[in-house]
Design a protein around this ligand. Structure first.
Ligand code: PDD
Length: 295
């Protein structure tokens, strides 16, 4: 199959997908993105992703000249033409405020055209050992901007945090602000403490993760007690379990943070149950929980 991607209304081969060096996404990070995972060719929670993109666009006054339905149709075509009908794929969407002479002010509306890129590539195989044994994470001070709910491509702090983790021999990084574990560098963070599931509330400090929401729905179904409160790093020694959630990450156990063992140092039972439920939602008989209403 010759890979195809979507750029500004056309389906093109990757080498034909050329954008301007003056693109504001490149020059200013003036752009939003989404990552959607397709299981056996079916995008998971696509409406939640597209809704978040729309909200982010409204927040930064970006007018996307494409409706969610049109995007859905493009994704469907990309999955088909790239041969992912029966396999797992990662869909990447990026929308920037388009090209223009370098000027902080928005270009006049008539003169600008957003740059829209949508691609579908094979989903990398998950390292099952990690999902079973868990990973080690480090914490990093959260010096990001104050609108983390907007899925901006400005990911410099996230990039630095991830690399710092790798350089330290860990697998991921968790942002800490005022002694609170806020979220991972590319995933949301949950702790289990005294039988309660604890995660940072929605708002400008975190990205409102689609996977986070799915976990909260699973928790509700299972009657877990949930506390929407950033877990305090001072309680680290008392955590029974911890895990990260994200589109690519799925449900990933964290068994050590800054060298401190979490719980027994092995994947806990709550994490295991949530992994199982998540697995049946994504790969099972598609018993989609509520949410994800069509437009
Ligand atoms: N990351 N928090 C941050 C900072 C993220 O970058 C992500 C996703 C999440 C989880 O959101 P969701 O469950 O909707 O994927 C939380 C994407 C996948 C990425 O940048 O690759």
């Amino acid at each position: 199959v010759t890979p195809t991607l979507f750029l500004n209304g056309r389906f093109v081969r990757p080498e034909q997908a050329v954008i301007s060096v003056e693109d504001r996404g490149f020059v200013f990070g003036d752009a939003l993105y989404e990552v959607v995972k397709c299981y056996s060719g079916r995008p998971f929670r696509l409406h939640d992703h597209l809704e978040r993109l729309e909200k982010g666009a409204a927040a930064i006054r970006l007018v996307i000249p494409m409706t969610p339905l049109e995007m859905e149709d493009v994704i469907d075509q990309l999955v088909a033409t790239n041969g992912f009908r029966g396999s797992d794929a990662i869909v990447f969407i990026q929308v920037s405020r388009g090209p223009g002479p370098r000027d902080h002010f928005f270009p006049p509306r008539e003169e600008t055209e957003c740059t829209i890129v949508i691609s579908a590539t094979a989903a990398p195989a998950l390292d099952l050992v990690r999902y079973d044994r868990g990973i080690a994470a480090i914490t990093v001070p959260d010096k990001r901007w104050g609108m983390c709910n907007i899925k901006s491509v400005g990911l410099l702090m996230n990039v630095l945090a991830k690399q710092k983790a790798r350089d330290a021999g860990a697998q991921d990084a968790i942002f800490v602000r005022n002694d609170i574990l806020v979220e991972g560098a590319s995933a949301n963070f949950f702790a289990v403490l005294n039988g309660q599931l604890i995660t940072h509330p929605e708002g400008p400090r975190i990205l409102s993760g689609v996977t986070r929401r799915v976990v909260l729905e699973i928790a509700e179904e299972r009657n877990y007690t949930v506390r929407l409160e950033g877990p305090s790093i001072s309680r680290l020694e008392h955590f029974d379990e911890a895990f990260l959630t994200g589109t690519g990450t799925e449900i990933l156990p964290v068994v050590a943070i800054d060298g401190v063992q979490i719980g027994s140092g092995r994947k806990g039972s709550v994490t295991n149950t949530i992994q199982d439920e998540f697995h049946s939602l994504t790969r099972g008989q598609s018993r989609e929980l509520h949410g994800s209403e069509a437009y």
